[in-house]
Design a protein around this ligand. Structure first.
Ligand code: FMN
Length: 212
């Protein structure tokens, strides 16, 4: 077995204090995301999305965050994919932003809710044409025989939509993740990390410090 036990480092970039926390966790999320962008992290909007299947088996994959506001976090995907099928059975979902080069992570739990067709169409129209065509080409998460099949389909669709707009596929959509908890983790010296958990109450957010 490979031994990786000596790969470790101290976390020294700074702490998170209760007095610095805004009432609304989305304000802190916005600030941290901006700092991740400013630090030029690769894919600062990439988040790990966890869903579970009917047997309770979790599965995670990376998806790009495309919008957020006080209602929650939005991503787009194929509505016939594994994740969409799992969300159809169990809408409970978890997101994780792994900003570890900033010694941070943000973990969200919540419920995924399909976006309206209008919201999806608006975003779809804003995508580059090749991405729109790629959405038509890939039956996401299905088994395929070879890459050539994908490339052939791509060329076919590209020719088909050479002129005019690419229509929104019926099987393409997005989700709003309405959070019920958001945890902010900031690495600290001597493994004394700072963790604050915002939990949604009827009208507000409760804030608790968690042990590292
Ligand atoms: C950096 C990165 C960004 C990605 N962004 C998306 C995305 O926004 N939407 C999406 O459906 N898949 C995205 N993917 C692909 C997913 O990780 C995944 O392979 C795909 O959605 C199928 O997942 P599923 O079979 O669990 O449904 C991305 C992958 C990476 C590595």
């Amino acid at each position: 077995m490979s031994d990786l036990s000596d790969i470790r480092r101290e976390y020294t970039q700074g702490g998170l204090r209760r007095g610095d926390l805004p009432v609304n966790p989305m304000d802190l999320f916005e600030k941290w995301l901006q700092q991740a962008k400013d630090a030029q992290l690769t894919d600062p909007t990439a988040m790990c999305v966890a869903t579970v299947d009917e047997q309770g088996q979790p599965f995670q994959r990376i998806v790009l965050l495309k919008r957020f506001d006080d209602n929650g976090f939005v991503f787009f995907t194929n509505l016939e994919s594994r994740k969409a099928k799992q969300i159809g059975v169990n809408s409970k979902i978890s997101l994780l932003f792994p900003w570890h080069s900033l010694e941070r992570q943000v973990a969200v739990t919540g419920e995924a809710e399909p976006l309206s067709m209008l919201d999806v169409a608006k975003y779809f129209m804003s995508r580059p044409k090749d991405s729109q065509i790629a959405a038509w080409v890939s039956k996401q998460s299905s088994k395929i025989s070879a890459r050539q099949a994908l490339e052939g389909k791509f060329a076919e669709m590209k020719a088909k939509y050479a002129q005019g707009e690419v229509p929104l596929p019926k099987f393409w959509g997005g989700y709003l993740v309405r959070p019920n908890s958001i945890e902010f983790w900031q690495g600290g010296e001597h493994r004394l990390h700072d963790r604050f958990m915002y939990s949604k109450t009827d009208s507000d957010w409760q804030i608790d410090r968690l042990a590292p």
